[in-house]
Design a protein around this ligand. Structure first.
Ligand SMILES: Cc1cc2nc3c(=O)[nH]c(=O)nc-3n(C[C@H](O)[C@H](O)[C@H](O)COP(=O)(O)OP(=O)(O)OC[C@H]3O[C@@H](n4cnc5c(N)ncnc54)[C@H](O)[C@@H]3O)c2cc1C
Length: 512
């Protein structure tokens, strides 16, 4: 595994290949010169937050971005960076739940987001390995082929350039394949880092290592509380996946963990396309030249956060990769978290009237490069009072039926269950000596549940396993050396410090 000395930090223990590109912002202002009042405060410096702030700063608004870690610290630093005009919510599903016109709008909005990325790359001369390639989706059995035919027909009706293909570009046997024209890929941290530089050069402010713990509305202004300082602005954008605290979006979006490998092949047989199978959980493939070395990028084996064994998911992904590719070495292996929305489409834009000047952007599924970019445009338009043709479709205030998105319904019913069972279930006392080094476990000790961790030196620490967000019990993620909450995706490092998700407080340390 790569062990680059200076890397861009991420909210994870595993290292993605993008992290070797530092997003350090060269022109950040000295702290004393940062004002307290802005037009817009954006919380979160991933693709969503940085795109939103840049578009607004370009339009003459004075923006402040507050980021808990560094630029690209969240999922943007752990993505696989495909740019698609077809999405995890398929066009047949969108047609059936939102109507044919909505499916066409989703397709158009995806194309517009692709165009925004191309335009920003051109305007700021961004060197981010942006390339356009064919995208292949392929079936391996009769049931998948039937679904694929429906996807082909509905995608064409939505106005997407797609056709049946003779190949799937992979050494994987297939039943049927379809080819989407003009899909894309890029280096996400080179892209976001360059946009961050552009934002600062236009007079915008980015403040890293700035965890936002709360906001209040005072005299019509949003007052944002960030450790030792308070900032205010007319508009507040949460580009943090679900906003901190318990909101309706904690229940409308489910956290998922996804796995990726980057491998060097023995025979140079790298795919020159973006390729996706239809298995559940699915797999995808592409290639990327990183630090002068071509690598196969293969991902998938997604599961709901805290519900499967991350080490097992990596092992299954590697086994799958080795079945079809002649792998010389696995150079990177990493995982990250995304959110699936209850009705299949993201929630983007201004919140309801009671919180009029607050905006959110979440539920991007595995398509956040496109939806994060689109969110930047929708929110920037709303803040400027410009009508955006997609605002109603993606509005966070909508209430839609969930029938078409059975995966969410099936997997998120456990949220309510965890609320109850985790708090009152009784487990056998686990002896601390049973723990391996680098391992964490939930154990019972004197009638109390504890999150116990043994570090590599053998030192044992204990935390309260009760997630301060909504009271669920966290699970240990061995691969990421973190405590992950299965309910809403809050994650904590081994000292209990919150690293991502909606919790605003750390896990409580317990003396044992
Ligand atoms: C393994 C994997 C592969 C993926 N592959 C693709 C793909 O190929 N194509 C695609 O389109 N999408 C893909 N996605 C999805 C996509 O990566 C994400 O949707 C996207 O990166 C989300 O960007 P964001 O800016 O909204 O969030 P993030 O990048 O997560 O940014 C949110 C930021 O908010 C900060 N933050 C959170 N809370 C606070 C707080 N209280 N105070 C201050 N800051 C805070 C975090 O530190 C973080 O930096 C993938 C996701 C995963 C997990």
């Amino acid at each position: 595994m790569k062990n680059t000395k200076e890397i861009n930090p991420r909210d994870s223990y595993t290292q993605s290949p993008w992290q070797s590109t530092l997003t350090a912002i060269s022109s950040t202002r000295p702290e004393a010169e940062v004002n307290d009042e802005f037009d817009v405060i954006v919380v979160g410096a991933g693709i969503t937050g940085i795109t939103t702030a840049l578009l607004l700063q370009k339009a003459g608004k004075n923006c402040l971005v507050l980021e808990a870690g560094k630029v690209g610290f969240g999922t943007t630093g752990g993505t696989s960076a495909h740019l698609n005009t077809f999405f995890d919510a398929t066009y047949p599903e969108i047609e059936s739940d939102f109507g044919a016109q909505a499916a066409k709008q989703v397709a158009d909005s995806g194309k517009d987001a692709m165009a925004i990325i191309a335009e920003l790359v051109r305007e700021y001369g961004v060197d981010c390995d942006l390339e356009y390639k064919d995208g292949y989706l392929f079936s391996e059995n009769e049931k998948e082929t039937e679904q694929l035919r429906e996807i082909l027909a509905a995608s064409l009706r939505a106005g997407i350039a797609v056709a049946e293909a003779e190949t799937n570009e992979l050494p994987v046997p297939f039943d049927m394949a379809i080819r989407f024209a003009q899909q894309g890929q890029f280096h996400p941290l080179k892209y976001v880092g360059a946009l961050a530089e552009a934002l600062v050069s236009l007079g915008g402010t980015i403040r890293e290592d700035s965890f936002v713990s709360a906001h209040n509305v005072v005299d019509g202004l949003m007052e944002v509380i960030c450790a030792e300082r308070t900032f205010s602005a007319k508009h507040l954008v949460y580009a943090t996946h679900i906003p901190p605290g318990i909101t309706a979006f904690s229940f409308r979006c489910a956290p998922y963990r996804s796995y990726v490998l980057a491998a060097k092949l023995k025979n140079g047989n790298y795919p020159d396309a973006l390729v996706y199978d239809m298995q559940e959980p699915y797999h995808y493939f592409r290639s990327h030249v990183i630090d002068g070395e071509q690598l196969l990028i293969i991902g998938g084996e997604d599961h709901k956060t805290g519900h499967d064994d991350p080490e097992g998911a990596f092992a299954r992904l590697e086994e799958y990769a080795r079945k079809y590719y002649n792998i010389e070495s696995i150079v990177y292996k990493w995982s990250s978290q995304y959110y699936i929305p209850v009705d299949g489409l993201p929630y983007i834009g201004r919140l309801a009237a009671s919180q009029e000047n607050t905006y959110i952007a979440t539920g991007f599924n595995g398509n956040g490069m496109i939806f994060g970019t689109l969110a930047g445009k929708i929110i920037a338009d709303q803040i400027q009072g410009i009508d955006n043709q997609y605002a109603d479709l993606y509005t966070p205030s909508r209430l839609k039926p969930v029938a078409g998105f059975s995966e969410f319904v099936k997997e998120n019913t456990d949220v309510a269950w965890h609320f109850i069972a985790d708090r009152f279930g009784a487990e056998e006392l686990k002896k601390l000596s049973e723990l391996k080094r680098g391992e964490g476990k939930i154990a019972e000790f004197k009638g109390e549940k504890l999150a116990i961790y043994k570090d590599l030196q053998g030192k044992v620490t204990a935390l309260s396993p009760v997630c301060p967000h909504a009271g669920c019990i966290v699970n240990f993620n061995m691969a990421e050396q973190s405590w992950d909450c299965p309910c809403h995706g809050g994650r904590f490092d081994i000292s209990g410090k919150v690293i991502c998700g909606p919790p605003r407080e750390d896990l409580t340390r317990i003396t044992i």
